[in-house]
Design a protein around this ligand. Structure first.
Ligand SMILES: Nc1nc2c(c(=O)[nH]1)N[C@H]1C(S)=C(S)[C@@H](COP(=O)(O)O)O[C@H]1N2
Ligand SMILES: [Mo]
Length: 334
C-alpha cells in the first residue's frame, strides 16, 4: 500500500464508503495496488445504488447552527479569493482528492496517480463546430494564455476548499472552433486508460468519466480550463494536464484529465447521472436549499476550518451566474 501522509484527520472527513474500503484494504494486506483499489471499489458500491459519495454521518445535518468564521489561512498562504477567503494549502489541495479512476480513497489518489503519463497529451475539440481541431498543451498555452483564478470548490459531499488555479476561460477555445447554430451543450470526456487507471475496471460506473454544460454555461467567463495551480503545472491527482473548473457547481462537474470536448445538440448524460439519476442531475448547481436525497446541502466543512459554514447559493457566485437560470425551476432542474 502506498504510504501517504496528510494533515487532514481522516476521522473527520473520510466518507463512510472510504472508511469501509480502507478497513478492507488493510485486511487485504498484500494485494497488489491496482487490484486492491478496484476490489474495494466493487465491495463498497452496491450495483443498484452506488454510494461512493456518502459522507460520514458527522458531515450531514449538523445539530448546532453553523458559526460564521473569518477564514484563517490554513497554511500561511497569502492568496485569497474574491470573497476574502484564504486559499487552502498546496498540501491540502494535493492530498485530499476525488478521482475515482485512481481510487475512491481521497488520501490515496495522489499515490495511485503519481506515475500517470501525460506527455504528448492531446485534446480533441469537435462535434457541432465549424472548425474542429485537436490541440496539444503548447497550442493551448500559446493561443489562450494562462491567468490565475482563485475559486471555491464545493464537493457534493459537503466539504470545500479554495484553490488558486491557472488556466484560460473555456470561451476562448470555443470561440476559435466556432460552435454551429445547432450546438446547445458541451460534452467533456476524461482519459480512461485501464492500464494506468485501476478504478476504470469498476463495473459500477460508465467509463470514461464524462460531464456536460449548457453552451451558455460553458461560455460564461467563470468557466475555466485549468492547467495548473499554485503556479505549477497541474498535479496528476488534480486532473493533469487539463481539467475543468466550474466554481458555482458541485465539484464533480469539474472533470479532470480532459481528452475530448464535443459540441452536441442533446443534453449529455454524465457519469454521475448514469450512476444515480435520482441523486445527481445535469445542472448540479450548488444550492443549499436543495438537499441531496441522502444528506443536507445547507452547510459545508471548509478543509482547514473547525466549524461548519453555511453553503451559499451558487457557491457564492450568485450575482455572476444567477442570470443563466432565469425562469428555470432549480428544484426540478437540480
Ligand atoms: N475524471 C474525473 N474528474 C473528477 C472526478 C473524478 O473522479 N474523475 N471527481 C470530481 C469530484 S467529485 C470533485 S469534488 C473534484 C475534486 O477535485 P480536486 O481533487 O482537484 O479537489 O473533481 C471532480 N472531477
Ligand atoms: Mo465531489
Amino acid at each position: 500500500m502506498p504510504v501517504f501522509k496528510s494533515n487532514i484527520p481522516s476521522s473527520e472527513i473520510t466518507s463512510e464508503s472510504v472508511y469501509l474500503s480502507r478497513r478492507k484494504l488493510m485486511r487485504a494486506g498484500a494485494m497488489a495496488l491496482g487490484l486492491a483499489g478496484s476490489a474495494a471499489l466493487a465491495a463498497c458500491a452496491p450495483a443498484a445504488t452506488p454510494k461512493p459519495q456518502t459522507p460520514q454521518k458527522e458531515d450531514v445535518a449538523p445539530t448546532q447552527a453553523p458559526v460564521a468564521t473569518a477564514a484563517p489561512a490554513s497554511t500561511g498562504s497569502e492568496k485569497r479569493d474574491e470573497f476574502g477567503d484564504a486559499a487552502n494549502s498546496f498540501a491540502d489541495i494535493t492530498s485530499y482528492n476525488n478521482y475515482y479512476e485512481f481510487s475512491t480513497d481521497k488520501e490515496s489518489v495522489a499515490a495511485y496517480a503519481k506515475d500517470f503519463k501525460t506527455d504528448g497529451w492531446k485534446v480533441e475539440v469537435g462535434g457541432l463546430v465549424n472548425k474542429p481541431k485537436t490541440y496539444d498543451l503548447d497550442d493551448l498555452r500559446k493561443r489562450f494564455g494562462e491567468e490565475e483564478r482563485i475559486y471555491r470548490l464545493r464537493c457534493v459531499e459537503a466539504w470545500s476548499m479554495v484553490i488558486p488555479w491557472q488556466g484560460f476561460p473555456l470561451h476562448k477555445l470555443l470561440a476559435e472552433v466556432e460552435p454551429s447554430a445547432k450546438a446547445k451543450y458541451v460534452r467533456f470526456v476524461s482519459a480512461g486508460d485501464p492500464e494506468q487507471m485501476p478504478g476504470v475496471r469498476s463495473p459500477f460506473y460508465t467509463w470514461p468519466y464524462a460531464e456536460g454544460l449548457r453552451l451558455d454555461e460553458a461560455m460564461h467567463d467563470l468557466t475555466l480550463m485549468a492547467t495548473g495551480l499554485y503556479g505549477k503545472a497541474l498535479p496528476n491527482q488534480n486532473g493533469a494536464p487539463l481539467r475543468l473548473a466550474v466554481p458555482w457547481k458541485y465539484g464533480f462537474k469539474s472533470i479532470k484529465a480532459v481528452v475530448k470536448i464535443e459540441l452536441v445538440e442533446e443534453q449529455p448524460i454524465s457519469l454521475w447521472m448514469a450512476a444515480g439519476p435520482g441523486e445527481y442531475g445535469f445542472y448540479s448547481n450548488v444550492n443549499p436549499k436543495k438537499a441531496h436525497p441522502r444528506w443536507s446541502q445547507a452547510t459545508e466543512r471548509r478543509i482547514g476550518e473547525f466549524s461548519r459554514r453555511r453553503t451559499l447559493m451558487f457557491n457564492g457566485y450568485e450575482t455572476q451566474v444567477a442570470g443563466l437560470y432565469t425562469g428555470l425551476d432549480l428544484n426540478v432542474n437540480y
